[in-house]
Write a protein of this length. Structure first.
Length: 239
Protein backbone atom coordinates (compact mmCIF):
# COMPACT_ATOMS: atom_id res chain seq x y z
CA UNK A 1 0.00 0.00 0.00
CA UNK A 2 1.40 3.40 -1.01
CA UNK A 3 0.73 6.31 1.31
CA UNK A 4 -1.62 8.86 -0.38
CA UNK A 5 0.70 11.79 0.35
CA UNK A 6 3.71 9.81 -0.85
CA UNK A 7 1.82 9.01 -4.05
CA UNK A 8 1.25 12.73 -4.64
CA UNK A 9 4.89 13.56 -3.98
CA UNK A 10 6.22 10.82 -6.23
CA UNK A 11 7.94 7.43 -5.89
CA UNK A 12 10.97 8.97 -4.16
CA UNK A 13 8.90 9.78 -1.05
CA UNK A 14 8.39 6.07 -0.34
CA UNK A 15 12.03 5.18 -0.86
CA UNK A 16 15.00 5.52 1.47
CA UNK A 17 16.79 8.12 -0.61
CA UNK A 18 18.38 11.29 0.76
CA UNK A 19 15.42 13.48 -0.21
CA UNK A 20 12.94 11.17 1.53
CA UNK A 21 15.06 11.03 4.67
CA UNK A 22 15.29 14.84 4.77
CA UNK A 23 11.53 15.13 4.26
CA UNK A 24 10.78 12.78 7.14
CA UNK A 25 13.22 14.44 9.51
CA UNK A 26 11.95 17.93 8.66
CA UNK A 27 8.32 16.86 9.03
CA UNK A 28 9.10 15.26 12.39
CA UNK A 29 10.93 18.40 13.52
CA UNK A 30 8.11 20.76 12.56
CA UNK A 31 5.29 18.69 14.06
CA UNK A 32 7.34 18.05 17.21
CA UNK A 33 7.84 21.80 17.61
CA UNK A 34 4.09 22.42 17.42
CA UNK A 35 3.24 19.80 20.06
CA UNK A 36 6.16 20.89 22.22
CA UNK A 37 5.09 24.54 22.05
CA UNK A 38 1.57 23.58 23.12
CA UNK A 39 2.97 21.70 26.12
CA UNK A 40 5.46 24.41 27.13
CA UNK A 41 2.77 27.12 26.84
CA UNK A 42 0.95 25.30 29.65
CA UNK A 43 4.16 25.03 31.69
CA UNK A 44 4.48 21.26 31.46
CA UNK A 45 7.85 19.70 32.19
CA UNK A 46 8.26 18.27 28.68
CA UNK A 47 8.37 21.23 26.30
CA UNK A 48 9.45 22.02 22.77
CA UNK A 49 13.01 20.71 22.98
CA UNK A 50 11.94 17.45 24.61
CA UNK A 51 9.35 16.68 21.96
CA UNK A 52 11.72 17.69 19.16
CA UNK A 53 14.43 15.38 20.51
CA UNK A 54 12.01 12.49 20.92
CA UNK A 55 10.56 13.08 17.44
CA UNK A 56 13.95 13.24 15.70
CA UNK A 57 15.27 10.23 17.65
CA UNK A 58 12.27 8.00 16.92
CA UNK A 59 12.11 9.04 13.25
CA UNK A 60 15.84 8.40 12.79
CA UNK A 61 15.62 5.03 14.54
CA UNK A 62 12.81 3.91 12.24
CA UNK A 63 14.80 5.01 9.16
CA UNK A 64 17.82 3.05 10.39
CA UNK A 65 15.67 -0.01 11.09
CA UNK A 66 14.30 0.19 7.56
CA UNK A 67 17.79 0.51 6.07
CA UNK A 68 19.05 -2.52 7.97
CA UNK A 69 15.88 -4.48 7.18
CA UNK A 70 16.34 -3.73 3.46
CA UNK A 71 19.73 -5.47 3.64
CA UNK A 72 18.55 -8.37 5.75
CA UNK A 73 14.84 -9.23 5.72
CA UNK A 74 15.24 -11.38 8.83
CA UNK A 75 16.20 -8.31 10.88
CA UNK A 76 13.38 -7.29 13.25
CA UNK A 77 12.78 -3.64 14.04
CA UNK A 78 14.80 -3.84 17.25
CA UNK A 79 15.81 -0.19 17.64
CA UNK A 80 12.25 1.04 17.17
CA UNK A 81 11.02 -1.30 19.89
CA UNK A 82 13.94 -0.36 22.13
CA UNK A 83 13.28 3.38 21.97
CA UNK A 84 9.62 2.90 22.92
CA UNK A 85 10.63 0.69 25.84
CA UNK A 86 13.26 3.20 26.95
CA UNK A 87 10.80 6.11 26.87
CA UNK A 88 8.20 4.08 28.79
CA UNK A 89 10.74 3.15 31.50
CA UNK A 90 12.07 6.70 31.83
CA UNK A 91 8.52 8.02 31.91
CA UNK A 92 7.42 5.73 34.72
CA UNK A 93 10.48 6.71 36.74
CA UNK A 94 9.65 10.39 36.34
CA UNK A 95 6.13 10.17 37.79
CA UNK A 96 5.90 12.63 40.67
CA UNK A 97 3.76 12.55 43.79
CA UNK A 98 3.18 16.02 45.18
CA UNK A 99 2.86 16.89 48.85
CA UNK A 100 -0.88 16.86 48.30
CA UNK A 101 -0.96 13.22 47.15
CA UNK A 102 -1.47 14.21 43.54
CA UNK A 103 0.10 12.20 40.75
CA UNK A 104 1.87 14.53 38.35
CA UNK A 105 3.30 13.94 34.91
CA UNK A 106 1.04 11.18 33.56
CA UNK A 107 -0.24 13.27 30.65
CA UNK A 108 3.29 14.38 29.82
CA UNK A 109 4.64 10.82 29.94
CA UNK A 110 1.99 9.36 27.69
CA UNK A 111 2.15 12.42 25.44
CA UNK A 112 5.87 11.84 24.89
CA UNK A 113 5.28 8.12 24.36
CA UNK A 114 2.52 8.85 21.83
CA UNK A 115 4.82 11.29 20.07
CA UNK A 116 7.56 8.64 19.86
CA UNK A 117 5.09 6.33 18.10
CA UNK A 118 4.16 9.17 15.76
CA UNK A 119 7.85 9.78 15.06
CA UNK A 120 8.24 6.12 14.11
CA UNK A 121 5.25 6.50 11.79
CA UNK A 122 6.89 9.45 10.05
CA UNK A 123 10.16 7.55 9.81
CA UNK A 124 8.34 4.66 8.14
CA UNK A 125 7.06 7.03 5.45
CA UNK A 126 3.39 6.88 6.42
CA UNK A 127 2.85 10.62 6.06
CA UNK A 128 -0.96 10.53 5.94
CA UNK A 129 -1.27 8.40 9.07
CA UNK A 130 1.26 10.62 10.83
CA UNK A 131 -0.62 13.83 10.01
CA UNK A 132 -3.95 12.33 11.06
CA UNK A 133 -2.39 11.11 14.32
CA UNK A 134 -0.84 14.56 14.83
CA UNK A 135 -4.25 16.24 14.52
CA UNK A 136 -5.79 13.70 16.90
CA UNK A 137 -3.01 14.14 19.46
CA UNK A 138 -3.12 17.94 19.29
CA UNK A 139 -6.91 17.85 19.70
CA UNK A 140 -6.62 15.54 22.71
CA UNK A 141 -4.16 17.91 24.37
CA UNK A 142 -6.11 21.11 23.65
CA UNK A 143 -9.81 20.75 22.84
CA UNK A 144 -10.47 17.60 24.86
CA UNK A 145 -8.57 19.08 27.80
CA UNK A 146 -11.13 21.89 28.04
CA UNK A 147 -14.00 19.39 27.75
CA UNK A 148 -12.49 17.29 30.55
CA UNK A 149 -12.28 20.32 32.84
CA UNK A 150 -15.92 21.19 32.10
CA UNK A 151 -17.09 17.63 32.83
CA UNK A 152 -15.13 17.53 36.09
CA UNK A 153 -16.78 20.76 37.27
CA UNK A 154 -20.20 19.14 36.93
CA UNK A 155 -19.21 15.72 38.27
CA UNK A 156 -20.77 14.53 41.53
CA UNK A 157 -17.37 13.21 42.60
CA UNK A 158 -14.47 15.45 43.56
CA UNK A 159 -11.45 15.41 45.83
CA UNK A 160 -10.22 18.10 48.18
CA UNK A 161 -7.02 19.03 49.96
CA UNK A 162 -7.97 19.99 53.52
CA UNK A 163 -5.77 21.67 56.14
CA UNK A 164 -7.28 21.82 59.64
CA UNK A 165 -5.94 23.89 62.51
CA UNK A 166 -6.42 21.00 64.96
CA UNK A 167 -6.79 17.26 64.52
CA UNK A 168 -9.93 17.22 66.67
CA UNK A 169 -11.65 19.47 64.10
CA UNK A 170 -11.92 16.58 61.63
CA UNK A 171 -15.05 15.31 63.36
CA UNK A 172 -16.65 18.75 63.05
CA UNK A 173 -15.80 18.84 59.36
CA UNK A 174 -17.28 15.38 58.76
CA UNK A 175 -20.49 16.39 60.55
CA UNK A 176 -20.76 19.55 58.44
CA UNK A 177 -20.25 17.59 55.20
CA UNK A 178 -23.02 15.16 56.13
CA UNK A 179 -25.46 17.97 57.00
CA UNK A 180 -24.89 19.41 53.53
CA UNK A 181 -25.91 16.12 51.93
CA UNK A 182 -22.38 15.23 50.85
CA UNK A 183 -20.80 11.82 51.34
CA UNK A 184 -17.17 11.21 52.27
CA UNK A 185 -15.87 8.24 50.28
CA UNK A 186 -12.31 8.24 51.58
CA UNK A 187 -10.08 10.17 53.98
CA UNK A 188 -6.30 9.94 53.84
CA UNK A 189 -4.02 11.84 56.20
CA UNK A 190 -1.07 13.45 54.46
CA UNK A 191 2.21 12.62 56.26
CA UNK A 192 4.12 15.29 54.31
CA UNK A 193 2.80 17.92 56.74
CA UNK A 194 3.77 16.14 59.96
CA UNK A 195 5.34 18.61 62.37
CA UNK A 196 3.79 21.63 60.65
CA UNK A 197 1.16 22.10 63.35
CA UNK A 198 -1.61 21.39 60.85
CA UNK A 199 -3.69 18.28 60.26
CA UNK A 200 -3.78 17.75 56.51
CA UNK A 201 -6.01 15.33 54.61
CA UNK A 202 -6.95 14.30 51.09
CA UNK A 203 -10.68 13.64 51.05
CA UNK A 204 -12.83 12.09 48.32
CA UNK A 205 -16.38 13.47 48.33
CA UNK A 206 -19.60 12.58 46.49
CA UNK A 207 -22.40 15.12 46.12
CA UNK A 208 -25.66 13.29 46.82
CA UNK A 209 -27.72 16.40 47.55
CA UNK A 210 -30.30 17.14 44.78
CA UNK A 211 -30.20 20.83 45.70
CA UNK A 212 -26.42 21.12 45.59
CA UNK A 213 -26.28 19.17 42.32
CA UNK A 214 -28.63 21.69 40.73
CA UNK A 215 -27.23 24.97 41.98
CA UNK A 216 -23.68 24.52 43.30
CA UNK A 217 -20.41 23.81 41.53
CA UNK A 218 -17.40 22.27 43.27
CA UNK A 219 -15.83 25.71 43.53
CA UNK A 220 -18.90 27.18 45.25
CA UNK A 221 -19.11 24.29 47.70
CA UNK A 222 -15.42 24.58 48.58
CA UNK A 223 -15.68 28.36 48.90
CA UNK A 224 -18.54 27.93 51.39
CA UNK A 225 -16.57 25.36 53.39
CA UNK A 226 -13.54 27.66 53.49
CA UNK A 227 -15.52 30.09 55.71
CA UNK A 228 -15.50 27.59 58.60
CA UNK A 229 -13.28 28.91 61.39
CA UNK A 230 -11.39 25.67 62.00
CA UNK A 231 -10.28 25.28 58.37
CA UNK A 232 -6.86 26.73 57.61
CA UNK A 233 -6.97 25.99 53.87
CA UNK A 234 -9.11 23.98 51.45
CA UNK A 235 -8.96 23.47 47.69
CA UNK A 236 -10.01 20.98 45.04
CA UNK A 237 -7.41 18.51 43.84
CA UNK A 238 -7.14 18.29 40.07
CA UNK A 239 -6.56 14.59 39.40
Amino acid sequence: MIDPIARLLGPWASELCTAAVLLRLCLSLVLSAVIGWERSSKRHSAGMRTFMLVGIASTTVMILDQLIHSQSERYPYLMSAAILLAIAILGMQSILFSSRNQVKGLTTIFGVLAWAVLGLTIGAGFYTAALLAFVALLSALTVLSSVEILLKKHSVHFMIHLELKNRTDLQLFVSTIRRLGLTIDDIEQNPAYNGSGLSVYSIAITNRSPELKKFKTHEEIIQALSTLDYIYHIEELQL
